[in-house]
Write a protein that binds this ligand. Structure first.
Ligand SMILES: *[C@@H]1O[C@H](CO)[C@@H](O)[C@H](O)[C@H]1NC(C)=O
Length: 256
């Protein structure tokens, strides 16, 4: 683990279930040495398992094909495959600033990887820098996922944490307004803020199955997590299954 590199980040991932916060693991990611770093995955045990060659497996494979086909051109798709009780629901979201080819290659990595990591699980989720893929037997479209979330932070500390945290919150709140404005179909916004000698860069995004009010509620919720995820850190992210933010003191948004 390098603590000197500004790209070195620490991941703290957890799931919130019945108000209990469980810290699962801590791991390092070198986000700039890899273009599309793997962040985290979670297999749901609650929904149980499907058996090989079952209708559920057929529907899941069909869902994955639909997502691979539909997502790269727009960066998002939500889709279902099959009929109850073997219906599978899923969505995939690429980061708003990635090209359609990077989006496609993220899915081409993520889909086999989630199948490998969650073999026969009826529900699962996987996050990379550039995309997320989630599937479930439960219809979750339009609902904020409060359970699945990953925290990441840059290991470097800022010198004035309380004012820095406030500036971060201000920037991300402004970006939330921009992302949820009526004409913003992508539920995505990036921006920057001058902090005297340095600049703060930010990004917010929601999955597009959410209405803009739900997107705002989701983002307000994770922005409220700044003291827990990245208090006084030079960079931080809360990456959920319905929304995410990132801020850094260096430009990280991809320019087309
Ligand atoms: C940041 O601050 C924490 C808590 O004071 C400390 O443990 C850590 O070593 C610091 N990180 C760096 C990179 O100096």
């Amino acid at each position: 683990m390098s603590s000197s590199s500004s790209s070195s980040q620490r991941i703290v991932s957890f799931s919130v279930l019945a108000l209990a916060i469980q810290f699962l693991f801590i791991q390092c990611v070198f986000s700039q040495s890899q273009n599309n770093a793997f962040l985290y995955h979670k297999c749901s045990d609650i929904e149980g398992k499907f058996t090989s060659k079952s209708p559920y497996e057929t529907n899941l494979n069909s869902l994955f094909r639909q997502l691979s086909y539909r997502v790269p051109s727009t960066g998002f798709a939500a889709s279902s495959s099959g009929n109850t009780p073997d219906k599978v629901n899923g969505l995939s979201l690429c980061r708003g600033d990635v090209s359609s080819s990077d989006c496609g290659s993220c899915l081409a990595t993520a889909i086999p990887e989630i199948s490998r990591r969650c073999p026969n699980n009826k529900a699962g989720i996987i996050w990379y820098d550039n995309c997320l893929v989630k599937y479930s037997s439960t219809n979750f479209f339009g609902k904020i996922d409060f359970e699945n979330r990953v925290y990441l932070y840059n290991v470097n500390n800022v010198s004035d944490p309380s004012s820095f945290n406030m500036q971060t919150k201000t920037l991300l709140t402004e970006l939330t307004k921009k992302a949820t404005a009526g004409n913003n179909q992508k539920l995505f916004a990036t921006g920057e803020k001058n902090l005297g000698k340095q600049k703060l860069y930010g990004l917010v995004q929601c999955t597009r199955d959410l209405r803009s009010e739900s997107c705002k509620a989701c983002l307000d919720g994770i922005i409220g997590e700044i003291p827990n995820c990245c208090d006084g850190k030079e960079g931080g992210r809360v990456v959920g299954a319905s929304c995410n933010f990132r801020y850094e003191i260096y430009p990280f948004v991809k320019v087309a």
